[in-house]
Design a protein around this ligand. Structure first.
Ligand code: ADP
Length: 298
């Protein structure tokens, strides 16, 4: 069984920022969502898995279906052969068609046989729904199309592990859905890890997820199971904006949002609070997230 094991991974940058603090994760095949606020350490972790930088401590092991396990930080070439990567910033696209660019990138990936390469390129353009626009320059693509092109290039060479860093940032909701569906479709037999700071991104399509905050894993598992664990423990009520501080001090406040002029708050408590205005909330992944990632005080 293929899986990626991350064990006791720690990283401190030369300026003293401790970006990863003893990270332990088991990542099976399928779509894996890595959720956390900006600065949590997601990119650092992704770059380390993608062999672009090393951690100070700990190891990353790719257990392949058949052969011997790969120590990612030591066997970089072995890992790179099995890896597809879509970085957060892909940089500037040259002004050539998507088809020509993908063909070029395929050559760089070692697909030297022309007919074979053509087939691979056409298939990837179909799979990412770019075939109709293959003659257009990627530079002129919309954000969503660029990201789908990014996936097409990441899939060159049949990777077993695909890493996608914050792919939905800047996409509108329709593009986001379409993109996440694409990731889900291609994740059947390979490991796809994508990072995001948007809770909804990991809602439906990820079988497994982790939440990281300030360099630490604060939750990992199945999103639905995590929601189930909180059932009966999240309570909601509406309060005036001026009362917010009182509630913050009295209860374990996990979130608040303005709704028709009133503050709707969610708190975490094992039992119904004495304050009788609280009613059971319909638990969402946001509640899981905010029960693990403390909101900064305003
Ligand atoms: P995320 O991807 O979750 O936003 P990052 O991994 O980019 O988080 O950053 C984690 C922390 O490490 C942040 O505090 C960030 O400022 C810091 N950091 C990231 N890269 C560097 C670097 N090259 N040098 C110093 N600090 C860095």
């Amino acid at each position: 069984m293929m899986q990626l094991l991350i064990e006791n991974l720690s990283k401190t940058y030369p300026n003293g920022t401790q970006a990863l603090k003893n990270i332990n994760l088991t990542i099976p095949a399928g779509l894996f969502g890595l959720l956390g606020p900006n600065g949590a350490g997601k990119s650092t972790l992704m770059r380390t898995i993608a062999t672009l930088q090393n951690a100070d401590e700990g190891q990353i092991v790719l257990q392949t279906g058949n052969g011997t396990p790969i120590d990612v930080q030591k066997q970089k070439d072995e890992m790179r052969r099995r890896l597809g990567y879509l970085p957060q910033e892909f940089g500037v696209y040259p002004n050539i068609s998507a088809e020509a660019l993908l063909d070029h990138l395929a050559i760089l990936k070692g697909l030297t046989h022309k007919a074979q390469r053509k087939e691979v390129v056409q298939n990837l353009l179909q799979q990412t729904n770019l075939y109709e626009v293959r003659k257009r320059a990627v530079a002129g693509y919309s954000g969503g199309m660029k990201q789908r092109f990014g996936i097409a290039q990441a899939l060159l060479g049949n990777p077993e592990v695909v890493i996608v860093d914050e792919p939905t940032a800047g996409l509108d909701p329709a593009e986001r859905n379409r993109f996440l569906n694409l990731l889900s479709e291609i994740s059947e037999n390979i490991i796809i890890i994508f990072s995001t700071h948007i809770v909804e991104d990991v809602k439906e399509l990820c079988n497994n997820m982790a939440i990281i905050n300030q360099g630490e894993v604060v939750m990992q598992g199945n999103p639905a199971a995590a929601i189930e664990q909180l059932r009966g423990k999240i309570w909601q009520t509406k309060v005036a904006k001026t009362e917010l501080n009182h509630y913050r001090q009295t209860y374990h406040l996990i979130s608040h949002k303005l709704n028709a002029g009133k503050m709707e708050i969610h708190i975490l408590a094992d039992q119904q609070p004495a304050d009788s205005t609280f009613t059971p909330a319909d638990v969402q992944l946001e509640d899981v997230y905010f029960s693990k990632v403390q909101l900064p005080d305003e």
